[in-house]
Write a protein that binds this ligand. Structure first.
Ligand SMILES: Cc1cc2nc3c(=O)[nH]c(=O)nc-3n(C[C@H](O)[C@H](O)[C@H](O)COP(=O)(O)OP(=O)(O)OC[C@H]3O[C@@H](n4cnc5c(N)ncnc54)[C@H](O)[C@@H]3O)c2cc1C
Length: 332
């Protein structure tokens, strides 16, 4: 059985940044992610010869702590400014997913590894994967969306205090449905020059992005993100029905005679409606089990909503707490 100091469930930006910080500090951390790539909701799909971001489209910066990271990423050419003068919107080079892949370089991680539950084994934990594999760890950090974390904790052999259970239970997310429409390369859309539109859109449509204009795709792939209300209403419909409804609402904005292909992406947990007002949570004083992620906001968070920045700050804060805990453990 593989043994590590810290097992981190989830390789989204929160989990990867926590692991990166712990690894830099000499802690033996391992990220386990159920998907075939790191990134989570920083997601980019390859379609033909093109690419499309179908999770987060960009990020903004409100804190000095995040700005320091963003400056380094900009120097590395992992990201660049996309649009917005007052509040710059940053995009990632070759798609949002590539940013997390860059951050995961040198960070121990294991993909296709869905965590089912954890068990206590004296002073340690055993993390049990769907495939039956086991990983032993002194401490476990969860970073999936809180409802998914709660599900794993409820089938695990660990004590979750009533207060922590209540805090996790009150975090809820809106779903999102996202259409990916490939048009002929040469066709013009009626989107603004930066290839992004999030105002004066038809009811139910939150955002439209031309990934070719955004600079991440050779093909003209348009990402159409539905609003939370549309997404809730249509989440359980067949793909064709959802896509037909999306197309009907935006037909005046795109030349549909040139539609080459269409696909749908569903996110059950896209952005949190109710969040926790601390950047991480310890499930109980008796356990070395922590929970973090984008729905864990600093008390004085300026935006007051979940986003890439809140995921980053949560990952960094919990890594610092874990580092201090490990230090205290080794000195006693
Ligand atoms: C459609 C959409 C649009 C968005 N737009 C924006 C935007 O424009 N700007 C912005 O700032 N934010 C946006 N967001 C939000 C942003 O993407 C998230 O806040 C951020 O990516 C969350 O990062 P995270 O690491 O906390 O969680 P996630 O990225 O969700 O990472 C969690 C990881 O846990 C893994 N996982 C789950 N269960 C298990 C398990 N049992 N075992 C192992 N691994 C598991 C998942 O595979 C995933 O990789 C958007 C999100 C969506 C879905």
């Amino acid at each position: 059985m593989r043994k590590v100091d810290v097992a981190i469930v989830g390789g989204g930006i929160a989990g990867i940044l926590a692991a990166r910080k712990l690894t830099e500090d000499g802690v033996n951390a391992l990220v386990l992610d159920k998907s075939k790539s790191v990134g989570g909701r920083l997601a980019t799909r390859r379609i033909g010869d093109g690419r499309a971001d179908h999770g987060a489209q960009f990020f903004t910066v409100r804190t000095d702590q995040f700005q320091q990271f963003v400056d380094k990423w900009e120097q590395n050419q992992w990201i660049s400014r996309w649009f917005g003068d007052k509040h710059a919107r940053y995009k990632a080079t070759n798609g949002m997913n590539q940013l997390v892949k860059n951050l995961a370089s040198g960070v121990p991680h294991q993909l296709n590894s869905k965590v089912e539950r954890i068990e206590r084994s004296e002073e340690e934990y055993v993390v049990i994967l769907e495939k039956g594999e086991r990983v032993q760890a002194s401490l476990v950090l969860f970073t999936p969306p809180a409802p998914q974390t709660l599900q794993i904790l409820e089938s695990s052999d660990v004590h979750v205090s009533d207060q922590s259970h209540q805090s996790l239970n009150q975090i809820t997310f809106n779903p999102a449905v996202v259409g990916l429409l490939t048009l002929k390369k040469e066709d013009e859309t009626r989107l603004p020059p930066e290839g992004h539109k999030d105002s004066d859109l038809p009811d139910g449509i939150e955002r439209m992005v031309d990934n070719r204009v955004k600079g991440i795709s050779d093909e003209r792939i348009i990402t159409v993100s539905a609003s939370p209300d549309f997404s809730k209403s249509f989440y359980h419909y067949e793909d064709e029905a959802v896509l037909a409804e999306l197309l009907k609402r935006i037909e005046h904005l795109l030349p549909f005679e040139s539609l080459v292909s269409q696909q749908l992406k569903r996110w059950r947990y896209a952005q949190a409606v109710h969040f926790h007002d601390h950047p991480f949570l310890n499930v109980s004083e008796k356990e070395a089990v922590f929970v973090a992620g984008d729905a864990f906001l600093h008390e004085n968070d300026q935006a007051g909503r979940t986003r890439i920045e809140s995921a980053v700050l949560s990952g960094l804060a919990v890594a610092e707490e874990i580092k201090q805990l490990m230090k205290r453990k080794t000195s006693t």
